[in-house]
Design a protein around this ligand. Sequence first.
Ligand code: ZN
Length: 203
Amino acid sequence: MAMSADLESVPLHIVPGRAEIDLPAAQRAVADLLTALGRDPHSAHLADTPRRVADAYAEMLTPREFELTTFPNDEGYDELVLAKDIPVQSLCEHHLLPFTGVAHVGYLPGERILGLSKLARVVELFARDFQVQERLTKQVADWLQDHLAPKGVGVVIEAEHQCMSLRGVRATGSRTVTSSLHGTLRENPSSRQEFFALTGLTP
Ligand code: ZN
């Protein structure tokens, strides 16, 4: 495929500062946890559980590689680009339990635009980690601001936390909503209102 000189492509999957996963150590730790919880990790039913759990966490903590491809905004498109209901699957860093939901990610293009599927990949890049929802929301917004230099960015995440539905208050179905805005979407009240209205949230 011919590559346009204007097309910028950068492979991404490693989040800076994150250490590699030590699978054998994780397996030993899961076996120890089972023992500490009064279970026998060597019983026939649990014999393979440490390996499965370690593999599952490794997968849940590893974003898929993607190419960040941006294109010149030749037509000068200057309206909001919004990807709604992007799936979010992450792990709460306080309980190591999943939180899942959707992200709505929008931006007002500047000089460059981004392939639409990449918005979902940026969410995954930060969601596949031990997280708190507030930080995840801000990391996605900051990353888009830094890499795309748009006129504005808006990120809303709505998620249900298993640590709230399975334990503690046991508030099944309760959704937590967080948002992070940059540029015009933050500063201009009508842009901000348009963004929230399009996400289905009333400001
Ligand atoms: Zn939690």
